[in-house]
Design a protein. Structure first.
Length: 226
């Protein structure tokens, strides 16, 4: 709880300080200054919203009350939308998207699968420099869809790799960066509910590759512990 409180307080402190600065100096700030501060407030609010949604989803998952709401949807459109929206938060970051051989439609819970993909893509951005490229590839294979997100960031040590899907676990090299340690465990849980899986590979400082494996038609809504 102390960790979660700290992570929530950080973006709140940013919003509070910037808003107070705008109030005190509104008559002396240029349009550009106001725009810069407003953008920082916006980014901090996005981070706060992301944290709250992750905590709420984890609470539902740990209570066994996260249920699938399956429907038909276009997987390529979902992937492109996530990449476009996440990439829009860092317009200068190189972003490469490669989608091939996906079925036109699959059956699953598009809201939960989008949340899982957002977690993985935002992690790739968080743990790499803004000038380092993020690659997102998607392929259809044997009735499954494999979405792979690869970054060139700080990576995960061999010692930490077996534990990254455990709730609240954070690698030694990530402790000074913002995060709750809930994201990957939640993404894994969502994939397991669909009958799929989450695979994590890392070569230390050579970056990390995370693959989301989704069945094209599985709607069983299996129960897993998180």
């Amino acid at each position: 709880m102390a960790l979660l409180a700290h992570q929530l307080r950080t973006p709140l402190s940013t919003i509070n300080a910037l808003a107070q600065g705008l109030i005190r100096r509104a008559d002396r700030l240029s349009t550009i200054d106001i725009q810069v501060k407003a953008e920082k407030i916006w980014r901090a609010s996005l981070r706060l919203d992301e944290l709250i949604e992750t905590i709420l989803s984890y609470t539902r998952a740990s209570a066994g009350s996260m249920m699938l709401n399956p429907s038909e949807f276009h997987p390529s459109e979902l992937i492109k939308r996530v990449c476009r929206e996440q990439g829009g938060q860092e317009p200068d970051r190189p972003f490469h998207v490669d989608i091939k051989d996906l079925p036109e439609m699959i059956i699953g819970d598009p809201v939960l699968l989008e949340q899982a993909l957002v977690i993985v893509v935002s992690n790739a951005m968080k743990y790499s420099r803004p000038d380092q490229q993020v690659d997102v590839t998607a392929r259809g294979e044997d009735g499954m869809i494999r979405i792979t997100v690869k970054d060139r960031g700080i990576g995960i040590s061999e010692r930490d790799l077996p534990f990254v899907l455990q709730p609240f676990f954070r690698g030694r090299n990530a402790k000074k960066l913002p995060g709750t340690g809930l994201g990957l465990s939640l993404a894994w849980y969502i994939l397991k509910l669909h009958g799929g899986n989450l695979e994590v590979e890392s070569g230390g400082r050579r970056g990390t590759k995370v693959s989301l494996i989704v069945p094209e038609t599985n709607t069983t809504g299996l129960s897993y512990s998180i």
